[in-house]
Design a protein. Structure first.
Length: 83
């Protein structure tokens, strides 16, 4: 009986390639795109904050109340927009 020598595998490189080729024919439309209204901005909440605020309506209501309590000089140039 002969012993076979196992080949050592090269460790995978953890660097970015200079170019990637994607097969866009296999892509799917974003299923969440219809839920985002025009002009919206996505913000990522930390997990502990997300436990308190369960919806964007609650977050927006709180932020609007904070904005209305701020002195107008500290709101900045965009603060005069309709909220």
């Amino acid at each position: 009986m002969k012993k076979t020598v196992a080949r050592k595998k090269k460790p995978k490189e953890e660097t970015l390639r200079p170019e990637y080729r994607f097969d866009y024919s296999k892509s799917k439309p974003n299923r969440f795109a219809a839920k985002v209204s025009q002009g919206s901005v996505a913000v990522v909440l930390e997990p502990d904050v997300a436990k308190v605020f369960k919806s964007s309506d609650v977050v927006n209501a709180l932020l609007r109340s904070i904005i209305s309590a701020m002195p107008s000089s500290k709101r900045g140039p965009r603060a005069n927009r309709a909220i």
